[in-house]
Design a protein around this ligand. Structure first.
Ligand SMILES: Cc1cc2nc3c(=O)[nH]c(=O)nc-3n(C[C@H](O)[C@H](O)[C@H](O)COP(=O)(O)O)c2cc1C
Length: 349
C-alpha cells in the first residue's frame, strides 16, 4: 500500500506518506512559548504512526505577524527553546516534524498586533476565525515593512534549525499574508510587489530564497490553496497556466514539497482534484502533498494514485481520530469531526 511506503525528501527519511496537516490549536502560553501538553500532543501522533507532522502555524514576528491569541511563535530564543522539547519528543517516537511559519496579515485577530498590515489597504470579508469578530481594516505594508517580514521568516527558520526541526513549511495559503500578496483579488499594489504575476510572486519567492539560505539541506514545504478564509471561490486571472507558473517559480526558488490544500482533494470542482493534478504536472523535482476532505483509507489511496502525489495530509480526521492509521487499517468506525473540537484540551493519548 503506497500510504505505508517510506518517503525520502532531500536528506530525511519519512516512515510513510501520512502527514498531519497544520492545525492551529491556540493553546500556547501567552508569550508564544510551547505549553505543557504540546510535546505530548504532537508526539502522540508520531507514536500512532503518522510519518510527518506539520506544526500548527507559528508566528514569525510580534509587530504584525500574529494571527490568533495563544498562538505559538518562533521569533524569540525562549520560544525556540520550548520547541526543542516538542521536536525531541516526536523524534523519540520515530516521527519527523516541520515548523510551519506564518504571517497572519489581514486575517489577524483585531487588536492582537501593534500593526495590522496586508498587501493592500482593505478589510477581509466576514468575521475572524478565532473570536468571530468582524475583521479589522488593514493597511498596505511599506517596502521597509516587507523587508522586515522577510527577515523575520529568515530568523524563524534559523530558530527552527536550532530547535532541531526536520524541515520548514511556509504558510502560503488561505488569505494570510503570503497568499494575500500572491492573489490578484487582494493584491492591488502598484510597486514591484503587485500587478503582474511575477510581481505578486516576489514576496513568496524572496521568503523561500531567504529560508533556503538558512536551512541548508533541510526540506522546505510550501502550503498553497486557492480558497481563502474570506473567499471560497477565488480563481486566478491566468487560470491553470498561472498555477503552473506559481508552482514552477516556487520550485526554482527552493521548495521541495508543494502542500496543496483544497476543500476536497478528490472532488471534481474547479480547484479540487484538478488543482492537485495541475500542480502534480507542473513540478519536476518537488513532491506534492495533497490535502482536503480525506477521511478514509480509500480516500488516501485514491489521492495517492493521482499523478505526482507522493503524500497525503489529514487535519480534521486526525484531530477527531489521533489513532486514525490503526483504525483505518483495521476498518474500525471513525469519529466524525465536530466544528470547535480544536478548542478542546489537547489530546495526549
Ligand atoms: C482546526 C483547524 C486549524 C487549522 N489550522 C491551520 C494552520 O495553522 N495552518 C494551515 O496551513 N492550515 C490550517 N488548517 C487547514 C488544514 O491544514 C487543512 O488544510 C484543512 O482542514 C482541510 O483538510 P482536512 O479536510 O483534512 O481537514 C486548519 C484546519 C482546521 C480544521
Amino acid at each position: 500500500m503506497k500510504l505505508l511506503e517510506p518517503l525520502d525528501i532531500r536528506n530525511i527519511q519519512i516512515s510513510n506518506r501520512l502527514v498531519l496537516a497544520p492545525m492551529s490549536r491556540m493553546q500556547a502560553n501567552e508569550d508564544g512559548t510551547v505549553s505543557e501538553r504540546m510535546p505530548l500532543y504532537y508526539s502522540n501522533y508520531a507514536r500512532r504512526g503518522v510519518g510527518l507532522l506539520m506544526t500548527e502555524a507559528l508566528y514569525t514576528d510580534k509587530i504584525s505577524g500574529r494571527a490568533y491569541f495563544n498562538q505559538p511563535g518562533l521569533c524569540t530564543a525562549a520560544q525556540r527553546d520550548t520547541w526543542r522539547t516538542v521536536v525531541s519528543a516526536v523524534h523519540d517516537m520515530g516521527g519527523r516534524i516541520f515548523a510551519q511559519l506564518q504571517h497572519g496579515g489581514r486575517l489577524a485577530e483585531p487588536g492582537l498586533n501593534p500593526q495590522h498590515i496586508a498587501a493592500s489597504d482593505g478589510i477581509a470579508a466576514g468575521n475572524t476565525w478565532q473570536t468571530g469578530r468582524p475583521n479589522a481594516a488593514a493597511r498596505a505594508a511599506t517596502t521597509s515593512e516587507i523587508k522586515q517580514i522577510i527577515e523575520c521568516f529568515e530568523r524563524a527558520a534559523s530558530y527552527a534549525v536550532e530547535a532541531g526541526f526536520d524541515g520548514i513549511e511556509i504558510h502560503g495559503a488561505r488569505g494570510y499574508l503570503i497568499d494575500d500578496f500572491l492573489s490578484a483579488s487582494t493584491n492591488r499594489r502598484e510597486d514591484e510587489y503587485g500587478g503582474s504575476l511575477e510581481n505578486r510572486l516576489r514576496l513568496p519567492v524572496q521568503i523561500v530564497e531567504c529560508v533556503r539560505g538558512v536551512v541548508g539541506k533541510r526540506p522546505i514545504s510550501f502550503n498553497m490553496s486557492l480558497y481563502k478564509m474570506d473567499d471560497l471561490s477565488y480563481t486566478p486571472p491566468g487560470g491553470e497556466a498561472e498555477m503552473t507558473s506559481i508552482a514552477s517559480a516556487l520550485e526554482t526558488a527552493g521548495v521541495d514539497l508543494l502542500h496543496v490544500s483544497t476543500r476536497k482533494a478528490l472532488r471534481d470542482e474547479q480547484w479540487g482534484e484538478p488543482l492537485v493534478k495541475v500542480i502534480g504536472a507542473a513540478v519536476t523535482r518537488a513532491r506534492v502533498i495533497a490535502n482536503g476532505g480525506l477521511k478514509t483509507l480509500d480516500d488516501c489511496s485514491q489521492c495517492l494514485a493521482l499523478p505526482g502525489v507522493e503524500a497525503v495530509s489529514l487535519a480534521r480526521a486526525l484531530l477527531s481520530n489521533p489513532d486514525w492509521l490503526s483504525m483505518a487499517l483495521e476498518r474500525r468506525p471513525l469519529e466524525t469531526y465536530v466544528p470547535g473540537m480544536e478548542r478542546e484540551a489537547l489530546r495526549i493519548a
